[in-house]
Design a protein around this ligand. Structure first.
Ligand code: NDP
Length: 230
């Protein structure tokens, strides 16, 4: 279940999951009514795809999504929760706009924390019990010198998401929590000069996530399975 599937990597996740042996795909997005490509996938999905309204930055919306998902999932549970939704706004360390920082933190950190918490009962009922937090190597201290001063609010939020992942692993050893960089990908966020097509990034993400076990929990991985230095 990707937490945002209207466009970009989330939409491609849904597309590839529908071509996989997955028997049920739940696609969440803020405005299902305007997510036209997702709507088209819904029409051709032979009933495997369910769309749920979710704004990850709004706790009422998260609670409402849980209610919407209960009859969809029944007793089956949710094998994979993919916390994909994020925003990337700019800012340098000594010129940070507090509103931008708070908004970025709310979507990129509070969002995945809240969604993981609220969807935990679904994960507990499942076989795989896996949370994938989509992060960025921009949140890695080791890689930060290559990034320079750009995207400070975003980088802070992804570093925090990595720590959230680690805390999830420590607190619940029965759940596999992974944080992953999808690679620099051609989406609205990545821009058209990016290195990867969404197809390639998502194929890698799915290969890695379906192979991980609790022994990998807490790891920071790349879409190709390599470990990202913290
Ligand atoms: P896009 O900007 O293309 O898409 C962002 C998605 O997040 C949209 O579906 C958007 O929905 C959704 N979203 C934003 N805020 C919320 C919210 N409050 N509630 C629900 N959904 C929300 O980004 P990408 O597809 O490129 O990025 C996906 C993930 O990959 C992100 O976590 C990003 O940080 C990460 N990443 C991407 C890289 C890249 O190069 N593309 C590189 C490294 C990491 P809506 O349509 O409603 O706005």
């Amino acid at each position: 279940m990707p937490s945002s599937a209207s466009r970009g990597i989330g939409l491609e996740l849904v597309r590839q999951l529908l071509e996989s042996p997955a028997n049920l795909v739940v696609a969440a997005c803020r405005s299902p009514e305007t997510a036209t490509t997702l709507g088209e996938l819904n029409t051709t999905s032979k009933g495997n795809l369910h769309t749920v309204k979710l704004d990850v930055s709004d706790s009422d919306s998260v609670r409402a999504a849980v209610k919407e998902m209960e009859p969809i999932l029944g007793e089956t549970g949710l094998d994979y929760l993919i916390n994909n939704a994020a925003i990337a706004e700019g800012g340098n360390a000594f010129a940070l706009n507090p509103d931008v920082l708070m908004r970025t933190f709310r979507t990129n950190v509070v969002g995945p924390a809240l969604v993981s918490q609220a969807f935990l009962p679904f994960l507990e009922k499942s076989e795989k019990k896996t949370i994938l937090n989509i992060s960025s190597s921009g949140g890695s201290l080791a890689i930060a010198p290559q990034v320079g001063t750009r995207n400070t609010s975003y980088a802070i939020s992804k570093a925090a998401l990595n720590m959230l992942t680690y805390k999830q692993k420590v607190e619940r050893p029965d759940i596999t929590s992974i944080t992953m960089c999808p690679g620099w990908t051609k989406t609205d966020m990545g821009g058209q000069d990016a290195m990867l097509e969404p197809k390639e990034s998502v194929a890698g993400i799915l290969k890695v996530i379906t192979a991980v076990t609790t022994a990998d929990s807490g790891k920071f991985l790349r879409y190709n399975g390599e470990e990202v230095p913290w």
